[in-house]
Design a protein around this ligand. Structure first.
Ligand code: PEP
Length: 258
């Protein structure tokens, strides 16, 4: 049975005190409302990784993710953060290939593969993002785009490394816009990704990888999206900054498991 995941990507939001308060509130909520198949992940900004990790320590079913990593282990890369640093701060996951990294910071598929390999080699699990732009969807190229992103990145991994990955399908047009993919659009793409993985590796792997959806998930639409057969949870941006909204999104996931 696949792991279900609700992950909050805080992006470049919150100060130290605010981050600690949010993490503490989410951990309290998760200690009251939980399910053994659900993993709740918080992805705070780098400076708060340690403090957030400590504040969720001992809460079952919770983990911390970094939002990015550098591909090298150490060295003269002023301002960068390596995978061993992230692990030493208490994180178990790292988001790689978010569309904001791809588009604003020009991260190529080649670079994303290097980052992914570095993470896996050190035991940090990637939440690997793929997604098409509005223009790509409007021109009917969404499946082709996702296939290409997979082909040029995580399809270069071997089967054992691939097992470490969570995939996040995040259509760029849905991120931070308030326009989510419909449940049917999400299901269709998640099924496509799963079939593509089965074709590339084998069906067992395709069936076992968790594929989560991201893009304007809210307490209102979460249940409909999460109840799709091939959707294993969500990567949440805006709604993860508010304890109540995030809690209701977690509850929506749990209600699909009962
Ligand atoms: C995201 O940034 O990964 C995201 C899905 O954002 P939002 O939920 O705000 O659309």
């Amino acid at each position: 049975m696949r792991l279900k995941v609700v992950a909050g990507n805080w992006k470049m939001n919150k100060t130290y005190g605010e981050a600690l308060m949010l993490a503490t509130e989410v951990a309290y909520d998760a200690s009251k409302v939980h399910h053994q198949r659900l993993l709740t992940i918080l992805a705070p900004p780098f400076p708060f990784l340690s403090a957030v990790s400590r504040s969720i320590e001992g809460t079952e079913g919770m983990a911390v993710a970094a939002q990015n990593c550098h591909q090298e282990e150490a060295g003269a890369f002023t301002g960068e953060v390596s995978v061993p640093m992230i692990i030493s701060a208490g994180a178990r996951f790292v988001i790689i290939g978010h569309s904001e990294r791809r588009m604003i910071f020009n991260e190529s598929n080649e670079l994303l593969l290097q980052k992914t390999k570095s993470a896996i080699n050190h035991g940090l699990k990637p939440i690997f993002c793929v997604g098409e732009t509005k223009a790509q969807r409007d021109s009917g190229k969404h499946f082709e785009t996702i296939k290409e992103q997979l082909d040029e990145t995580i399809f270069h991994l071997n089967e054992f490394s691939f097992l470490e990955i969570i995939i996040a399908y995040e259509p760029v047009w849905a991120i931070g816009t308030g326009v989510n993919a419909s449940a049917a659009q999400a299901q269709e793409m998640h099924a496509f990704i799963r079939q593509t993985i089965s074709g590339k590796f084998n069906q067992k792997l395709g069936d076992s990888v968790s594929i989560i959806y991201g893009g304007s998930v809210s307490p209102k639409n979460a249940k409909e999206i999460f109840s799709c057969k091939d959707v294993d949870g969500g990567l949440i941006g805006g709604a993860a900054l508010n304890t109540e909204d995030f809690s209701n999104i977690r509850k929506a996931m749990i209600s699909c498991l009962e």
